[in-house]
Design a protein around this ligand. Sequence first.
Ligand SMILES: NC(=O)c1ccc[n+]([C@@H]2O[C@H](COP(=O)([O-])OP(=O)(O)OC[C@H]3O[C@@H](n4cnc5c(N)ncnc54)[C@H](O)[C@@H]3O)[C@@H](O)[C@H]2O)c1
Length: 329
Amino acid sequence: MSKNVLITGAAGFIGFHLAKALHARGDFVIGLDNFNDYYSPKLKSDRADLLNALGIVVEKGDICDAHALHALVKTNQVTHVVHLAAQAGVRYSIEAPHAYVKSNLEGFVHILELCRAFPHLKLVYASSSSVYGLNEKIPFSEKDPTDHQASLYGATKKSNELLASSYHHLYKIPVTGLRFFTVYGPFGRPDMAYYSFTKEILSGNPIRLFNQGQMERDFTYIDDIIAGIVQAVDLEAAHEIFNLGNNRPVTLLEFVQTLEHAIGVSAKKTYLPMQKGDVTKTFADISHSQKHLRFSPQTDLTKGLQKFVDWYRIYYDIPTPIDSETPKI
Ligand SMILES: NC(=O)c1ccc[n+]([C@@H]2O[C@H](COP(=O)([O-])OP(=O)(O)OC[C@H]3O[C@@H](n4cnc5c(N)ncnc54)[C@H](O)[C@@H]3O)[C@@H](O)[C@H]2O)c1
């Protein structure tokens, strides 16, 4: 049966792709986003325009506005909420902690209160691999303790899991948290390394490799993440947490090499020490999501980064090395 899904953060990277996927399979989708300027609002409005062209409306509004949330649910007979709106980014949480408290804590409680007010709603929300923080045991399993966050961002995501758990206990809200591992792909987030590296490499500027390029990340392609979210929506679990990650971490250096090949240009590299708030490695144990969500990432880094770079060149109107003067590797 088709669903009426409210996606918060629908003009964001993951929200945009999820809205398209749910719409394509016949669900009704209504989006909400405040189009803030943490990164280019134009990128957000371009995403929203593309959704609009498909008949998907993205309302401009804030998740801290309870009246707006209630009206959206009533008017659109919403059955499911996928809550993706948040202040994202580990490094920015050192600079602007209050933005995280506002959207990730206060905003999250508004979403839980919405579900309390409309008990038929089923909630899926974005958590993060950041909750594993300083854990050293790998791969990271949902069964592992997550008591040592490395950043305020991670702490807000961990708080979301605790708040969701208490609301489930108190009001039986059906709620699923998804711990995403470094998601990348077309229409991605300009604050993330793969995006800013692409920009700098194409401009001939050096890229900054923290921890001397020795950090490892479990980069996960957007289509794989979307498949996992859609399965979580359909599962309608009472109370669950799942890892959604590629299950194959790569070092930053290997990642940059793959990106250089996708772009066709060598990067100038500046090696720097570890940054505050960062963790050295992320690595998802996906046995739980394989079993319950049939989660099975299909896109390797070479294919995924090529798709990103191809999109980037079209979006910013940058010619490929074949028809430009850009030196090849
Ligand atoms: N992309 C990743 O690698 C990654 C990894 C782990 C977790 N996550 C989480 O997944 C979710 C989606 O991430 P994304 O990469 O699409 O980020 P994004 O920043 O592109 O999308 C979030 C959207 O939410 C909107 N928003 C923020 N605060 C809001 C508020 N108070 N009210 C209404 N809208 C608001 C923003 O304008 C943005 O469009 C976030 O919760 C993020 O923390 C993402």
